[in-house]
Write a protein that binds this ligand. Structure first.
Ligand code: DAH
Length: 330
């Protein structure tokens, strides 16, 4: 019994203690054997023996319980120490965010024109018919309105379909000369590989005295801009139509994927259309009360630029917020 007592006192872990507990209290253990001896005793001897065994039993119960408590505390402390995390330790494994690719393209465009002294203007997303269409030489029922499907509110207000209304607002609130861009979101009910209902444009407008601003100025500024964005590309101006410019042009760059040889992205033409532009239509100047001025304007889609620059095949994926995609642009 003393040997057992000593083993309990010296025992180093819970598992060992449990083994000892069975040796003491188990069916084949020490106390089972002691109680078995009772059968052979009689009278006073039996009573005093039983009292002693019960006393011993109580002592062992206490001994084992307190040892158990001691070992449990000790093991918990050791586990905490072993698994401790040093929160002051430096790590570079944390999740650092980044600008969304559309926003970083937007920033590049803004920075370029800001460096050429263009002011950056802003306008409302909820527009009225006058600013979004009419003042831009798009009277009601004009067929060219079909070029831009529109989200309308019940009261006739609308979500702007392009950033061009900011041209109108800027001319109405400022005197020429004007040299502005307007970056911002625009809305059209489209959804497919290359269209989302919300997307971003940058509008540009330059206005000065009559004869001071020409199509040649427009050409050179856009050529330089596109080379800045896409590197060493060829740039071509293709006659086109926009109600707010006359003459109007669409601008293509030589395909950045096949270098003009023809591929799937450029639909085998060797060219990628990247923006629209022209010299400002006199009707637009009339709508804002400008006289004896000349000007040019241009507009581009930031998502189109981003898809080309980053090689994103499905525009919708840029707006799904999937970290596996976004992490690639860190
Ligand atoms: N507003 C046109 C659009 O959303 C883009 C545009 C084309 C703007 C030519 C212009 C311009 O200022 O001159 O498709």
């Amino acid at each position: 019994m003393e040997a057992l007592e000593r083993s309990i006192q010296e025992c180093a872990n819970i598992k060992e203690l449990e083994k000892l507990r069975v040796e003491v209290f188990g069916k084949k253990g020490y106390f089972a054997a002691e109680f078995a001896k009772l059968k052979e005793l009689k009278g006073d001897q039996r009573i005093s023996f039983a009292a002693k065994v019960n006393e011993d039993k109580e002592r062992f119960t206490d001994l084992i319980n307190s040892k158990k408590e001691f070992l449990e505390t000790k093991e918990t402390k050791e586990a905490l120490k072993k698994d401790a995390v040093d929160v002051t330790l430096y790590t570079n494994a944390s999740n650092v965010g980044a600008l969304h690719p559309v926003m970083s393209t937007m920033d590049r465009v803004i920075e370029y024109f800001a460096s050429l002294n263009f002011s950056v203007e802003d306008g409302p997303l909820v527009e009225d018919d006058f600013h979004n269409f009419e003042a831009l030489n798009l009277p009601k029922f004009h067929p060219a309105r079909d070029m831009q499907d529109t989200f309308y509110f019940k009261d006739g207000a609308l979500l702007r379909t392009h950033t061009s209304p900011v041209q109108v607002r800027t001319m109405l609130s400022q005197k020429p000369p004007i040299r502005m861009i307007c970056p911002g979101s625009v809305f059209r009910p489209d959804l497919d590989l290359t269209h989302t209902p919300m997307f971003h444009q940058v509008e540009g407008l330059v206005v000065d005295k009559k004869g001071a601003v020409s199509f040649a100025n427009l050409k050179s500024i856009l050529e330089e801009f596109l080379k800045h964005m896409f590197g060493d590309v060829k740039v071509r101006f293709r006659p086109s139509f926009f109600p707010f410019t006359e003459p109007s042009a669409e601008v293509d760059i030589s395909c950045i994927f096949c270098h003009g040889d023809g591929c799937r992205v450029c639909k085998n033409t060797g060219w990628l259309e990247v923006l629209g532009c022209g010299t400002v239509d006199p009707n637009v100047f009339k709508a804002v009360g400008y006289k004896d001025v000349s000007g040019y304007a241009f507009g581009l889609g930031i998502e189109r630029f981003t898809m080309l620059l980053c090689g994103v095949p499905d525009l919708r994926s840029l707006f799904e917020g999937d970290l596996r995609l976004l992490e690639q642009f860190r």
